[in-house]
Design a binder for this molecule. Structure first.
Ligand code: ADP
Length: 165
C-alpha cells in the first residue's frame, strides 16, 4: 500500500495542481492532498474554503483524499503513514526551495521520500498568485481554474476593497 501526501497552500487550487493530483494519483494507491493551515502566509481563502474547493474539483477522482494540516509536513506524513511526499516543479526558481525542503524533511523523517513531478508544459506558467492577480482585475479565469473555483474567486474579490471593483 503506497500512500503519498501532496502538500500545498492551494490558495486557490489551479489546473496546475489538478494536473499533479491526477498524474500522481495514478502512481500511488492513495493520495492525500494536504492543505496547509498557515496563518503567517495570509491566505486569501480560509483553510475550510480551500478544502471545500479541492473536494469539489477532485470529487470524480479515485483514491484522493483532502486533509487539512498545520505544523511540520514531515510529522503530518508520518501521522498519515505516508511514505512519499509529492511536489510539482515548474521552473528552476522552484528548485532551490524544494531541494532544501526535501532534504530537511528527509532528516526529520528518514522513511519519507520526496518525489517531484515536472509540470505539464501547458501549466508551467501557472500559479495561485497569478490567478489571484487576474481575478483582482476581473480577468477571464476559465483557462486557469475550474468554474467552481472561479465563482469563489469572484465572490471573494467582490467583498474586497475599491480597486477590485
Ligand atoms: P506552496 O505554498 O507549498 O508552494 P502551492 O499551493 O503554491 O503550495 O503549490 C503546491 C505544490 O504544487 C508545489 O509543489 C508547487 O510547486 C506545485 N504547483 C503549483 N502550481 C503548479 C503548476 N502550475 N504545475 C505544476 N506544479 C505546480
Amino acid at each position: 500500500m503506497l500512500r503519498a501526501i501532496y502538500p500545498g497552500s492551494f490558495d486557490p487550487v489551479t489546473y496546475g495542481h489538478i494536473d499533479i493530483i491526477k498524474r500522481s494519483s495514478k502512481i500511488v494507491n492513495e493520495l492525500i492532498v494536504g492543505v496547509l493551515c498557515n496563518k503567517a502566509k495570509m491566505p486569501l481563502f480560509s483553510v475550510e474554503e480551500r478544502v471545500k474547493m479541492l473536494k469539489e474539483v477532485t470529487k470524480d477522482l479515485e483514491h484522493v483524499r483532502i486533509v487539512p494540516f498545520h505544523g511540520l509536513l514531515a510529522e503530518f506524513a508520518a501521522d498519515m503513514e505516508a511514505r512519499l511526499i509529492i511536489r510539482g516543479l515548474r521552473a528552476i526558481t522552484d528548485f532551490e526551495y524544494e531541494l532544501q525542503m526535501s532534504q530537511t524533511n528527509h532528516k526529520l523523517e528518514p522513511n519519507v521520500e520526496t518525489m517531484f513531478l515536472t509540470t505539464s508544459i501547458e501549466y508551467s506558467y501557472l500559479s495561485s498568485t497569478t490567478v489571484k492577480e487576474i481575478a483582482a482585475f476581473g480577468g477571464e479565469l476559465s483557462q486557469f481554474v475550474p468554474e467552481a473555483v472561479a465563482v469563489e474567486l469572484m465572490k471573494k474579490m467582490s467583498t474586497k476593497g475599491e480597486c477590485n471593483k
